[in-house]
Write a protein that binds this ligand. Sequence first.
Ligand SMILES: *Cc1c(COP(=O)(O)O)cnc(C)c1O
Length: 341
Amino acid sequence: MEKANIDWSGIGFGYLPTAKRFVSNYKNGAWDDGVLTEDDKVVISECAGVIQYAQTCFEGLKAYTTEDGHIVCFRPDLNAERMLDSAARLEMPQFPKDRFIQAVVDVVAANEAYVPPYGTGATLYIRPVMFATSPVIGVKPAAEYQFRIFTTPVGPYFKGGIKPLTIRISDFDRAAPHGTGHIKAGLNYAMSLYAIVDAHNQGFDENMYLDAATRTKVEETGGANFIFVTKDGKVVTPKSNSILPSITRRSIMYVAKNILGLEAEEREVYKDELKDMAECGLCGTAAVISPVGKIVDHGTEICLPSGMNDMGPVTKKLYDTLTGIQMGRIEAPEGWIKVIK
Ligand SMILES: *Cc1c(COP(=O)(O)O)cnc(C)c1O
């Protein structure tokens, strides 16, 4: 298969339309069969539920070219399940799990020319999204929806590649207790844009959000979960009902415990503990594991001992093992890799 003419090693994290996308519409209480189409435009009512009341949720996963030349994706079953949860919380119809996985396979196979070759540092980002298409003006769920999966080749999420990031503790909250922080809803991102633009203007790469109720506990950033390594080598990730359950983070915790034999624990992490941590990383499909070198709390700098030049040693081990599994260099736990071709 001839690849598209793209400078794979030079691309950033942006949208580059590819050949095909999958589209299925929900009407009269049922999803249609869906099609692969070249049409990258969506035409809906000006009064559509997504436009008026932000009734939309999404997912994000990647397809990789492995060392031996296969195209695979990573744990799509968990993306399918998480989208069921997001849809239920937003009063949207659920797109069946088996159909979700099949659609991911079909759309990646149809865009084979855009799956970056092994060793380029780029991957094919896969974006499933669901939104309300029919008109609503009184506040209620819409009657009709579209489920769509498009893809785009991407490079690293953070421009510096894997140089440690500087983040700040935000004065804004990301998610309310008993709110929607645990689902992948566009609305969680709309209200974070002001905070991220402000962070960038102040010279920070990301915001660290605290729990909205007490502002004493670490939650996550706008689009990635935290992992920490304590000075005695334990991997710790914050536990909270308002954190988005990252598949990358759940996989890293499994890798830490079951492959690397480390102690790994999901528990509440207090802001006051940050100064005692040895390493810190952001994890997500887009971020993979991006090391954090410095956390700024209103003028007080917390410098992680791992420094501003490299990933900490434990973070590096987790990174190498996770990406090794995704790129087929390390044997994957049962069910983690879906082979597409
Ligand atoms: C998508 C997302 C993540 C990362 O989840 P992955 O499944 O690892 O990609 C983390 N936090 C938020 C808020 C997210 O939306």
